[in-house]
Design a protein around this ligand. Structure first.
Ligand code: GDP
Ligand code: IMO
Ligand code: MG
Length: 427
């Protein structure tokens, strides 16, 4: 029985949802614990594509429970849309989806402010997803937030919304010359939204602790990636939550002693969407080829993802800050037609070897990636289902990645479909 945390080990979009959906086969409960609708998690089942922003990717398995933990910032309109979309495709999450009453709520001010700040920042913009994530987490930490439970009771909701409206509307007017948002309308709308999600809302911590006691197997589904973590990433070009494995416990209300594995999902190359440093970025035809073959278009914003070679200092850092026990390497098949494949083994900074991506932007900017080149395999891997079926050069490539970051490979993904998975050692 495993309780696994599945974490993005680069800049997000590593294929976490595909891995979570696969591992759900042998689990009972899938929990989102941070981030919000900035996430775009793609699952393909029987040829049908589902993109989840808030609902855990395990929802496709009809006998499994899914949980949105307290660490998530919840946009109630978005979750209702996802529930409706699922129902339209014949999947009813009623009775299988639980939402923490102490998760914070994304309000119209947050979404508006996210966009206003980005516009005002001009060239210094972070390139956010515009989903109100940063402003919502700021209000949470500032103790001005609204929580899911507040939506169920006007006595709780009204003073909180009035509080937020009073200072955010002033901020809109004075700093951005933007029109105010009507607090009364928001109160009415969010009470209605509260009623619509009422049956899903509960105390998650209690539910999970009982589940752990009765030996249920849990998967904590990370969103974003380690180098987008607000503390450990390329600040300020990061998201506003802790994306690392340690966040799973405080974002769901369980203790660390329940966790048995931390699985780092790693693309066989690197991508980033949004602005900020990216040492191995390829602004050439190789980068374009990766983008074309990998279908590297953002699942939330539709923006093109920036592409580059595998960056060991990035994943090495992820191994350390997450305490990774396994790697799940995805999108190996995207490299099937490359004659040569480069790996950044480390950086050089003023004559010194650097093994971990630094936290300071000025340092990252001066780091020069050092590459080694491996021969490609020029063979289709998408039909491989066992390690021995992979071409020898593909095996060597995977082994080299594992050696460079000193974490064993638990599984390899060779396509977006559930069965395009090779399990090596998930114990
Ligand atoms: P997430 O945010 O980490 O869950 O990843 P996204 O869903 O944003 O992006 C991953 C994309 O790659 C999705 O379109 C997946 O369907 C796709 N994908 C996942 N694993 C594989 C794989 O092994 N090979 C290929 N070709 N595509 C994959
Ligand atoms: P998943 O879970 C990739 C990026 C944005 C931007 C920065 C801050 O699908 O891997 P935010 O809206 O969070 O304030 O934006 O973080 N970002 C992601 N990049 N995958 C994601 O999620 C992301 N969520 C946020 O592009 O650079
Ligand atoms: Mg994504």
């Amino acid at each position: 029985m495993q309780n696994r945390i599945v974490i993005g080990s680069q800049w997000g979009d590593e294929g976490k949802a595909k891995i979570v959906d696969f591992l759900t086969l042998e689990s009972d409960i899938i929990i989102r614990f941070q981030g919000g609708a900035n996430a775009g998690h793609t699952v393909i089942v029987d040829g049908v594509e589902f993109i989840f922003h808030l609902i855990p990717s395990g929802i496709m398995h009809e006998d499994k429970m899914c949980v949105i933990g307290n660490g998530v910032v919840l946009d109630p309109k978005q979750i209702l849309k996802e529930i409706a979309d699922l129902k339209e495709k014949g999947i009813d999450p009623t009775g299988r989806l639980k939402i923490a009453d102490n998760a914070h709520v994304v309000l119209p001010w947050h979404i508006e402010l996210d966009k206003l700040k980005e516009k005002q920042a001009g060239k210094a913009a972070i390139g956010t997803t515009g989903r109100g994530i940063g402003p919502c987490y700021s209000d949470k930490v500032n103790r001005h937030g609204v929580r899911v439970g507040d939506l169920l009771d006007e006595k709780e909701l009204r003073p909180r919304i009035e509080d937020i409206a009073s200072f955010r509307n002033k901020e809109f007017e004075l700093l951005y010359n933007a029109p105010p948002i009507d607090a009364e309308e928001v109160i009415k709308e969010y009470l209605d939204l509260g009623n619509a999600i009422r049956d899903f809302v509960c105390d998650i911590s209690g539910f999970l602790s009982e589940s752990i006691k009765s030996c249920k197997s849990l998967i904590f589904e990370g969103a974003q990636g380690t180098i987008l973590d607000v503390d450990h990433g390329t600040y300020p070009f990061v998201t506003s939550s802790n994306t690392v494995a340690g966040s799973a416990c405080c974002g769901s209300g369980i203790g660390p002693t329940a966790i048995t594995q931390a699985i780092g999902v790693v693309k066989a190359y690197t991508t980033r969407v949004g602005n900020g440093p990216f040492p191995t970025e390829l602004n050439d035809e190789i980068g374009e080829k990766l983008r074309d073959i990998g279908g590297e278009i953002g699942a939330t914003t539709g923006r093109e993802r920036r592409c580059g070679w595998f960056d060991a200092p990035v994943v090495r850092k992820a191994a350390v800050v997450n305490g990774l026990t396994h790697l799940a390497i995805t999108k190996l098949d995207v490299l099937d037609t490359f004659d040569e494949i480069k790996i950044c083994t480390h950086y050089e900074l003023e004559g010194q070897r650097v093994d971990f991506i630094p936290s300071q932007l000025s340092k990252v900017g001066r780091c020069k990636p050092v590459y080694e080149t491996m021969p490609g395999w020029n063979q289709d891997t998408t039909k491989c289902r066992e390690w021995d079926e992979l071409p020898l050069n593909a095996q060597k490539y995977i082994n080299r990645l594992s050696e460079l970051v000193d974490v064993k490979v638990g599984m390899v993904s060779v396509g977006a479909w559930r069965d395009q998975s090779i399990v090596l050692d998930m114990e």
